[in-house]
Design a protein around this ligand. Structure first.
Ligand code: FES
Length: 157
């Protein structure tokens, strides 16, 4: 199966590339666009992006494997990232993680069979004043308790 941007994403990609003096310089924003479009950055997506940017696929692969923010496999609709930094650790992130594993029936680094949830642990999310905290897709949730987690999960569509 070959991958290709939708017409709309391709237009957006062209707009992004136009903003840079060289196509290669647009790699990060184009990869973010590809992640949104395809849900992850597989080898096939890397090759597609390489073609768009007119660079060897290995150049894209180097960037994708350097940054942890590009998922290599398809994630669930809801991606829970529980902070395991020092401040969150001291304030109970282990408890939050244990609770989420049980509630979502997913192990750390895993995705539920129905592709609804992915659970990850991450280092400091830069919001230590609200420890313990997690990121759920693009949103941050702080001062977490297990009952707050229950409310958040219940509110998901
Ligand atoms: S240690 Fe968790 S946000 Fe900093």
């Amino acid at each position: 199966m070959s991958v290709a941007f939708s017409k709309r994403a391709l237009q957006k990609c062209e707009q992004i590339i136009e903003q840079y003096p060289q196509k290669q310089a647009a790699m990060l924003p184009v990869l973010h666009l590809a992640e949104k479009e395809f849900g992850h950055i597989s080898l096939e997506v890397e090759q597609y992006v390489a073609g768009l940017l007119e660079v060897p696929p290995v150049k894209v692969h180097e960037v994708v494997t350097f940054y942890t923010l590009f998922p290599r496999e398809r994630r669930g609709k809801y991606h829970f990232q529980v902070c395991r930094g020092l401040s969150c650790d001291l304030l109970g992130c282990n408890n939050i993680m244990r609770h989420l594993k049980k509630k979502l029936r997913v192990k750390v680094g895993g995705t539920s069979k129905n592709r609804r949830y992915t659970l990850s642990e991450v280092e400091c999310l830069g919001a230590c004043e609200t420890s313990p905290m997690m990121q759920l897709n693009d949103d941050y949730y702080g001062k977490l308790t297990t009952s707050a987690v229950d409310k958040i999960v219940k509110g998901l569509k």
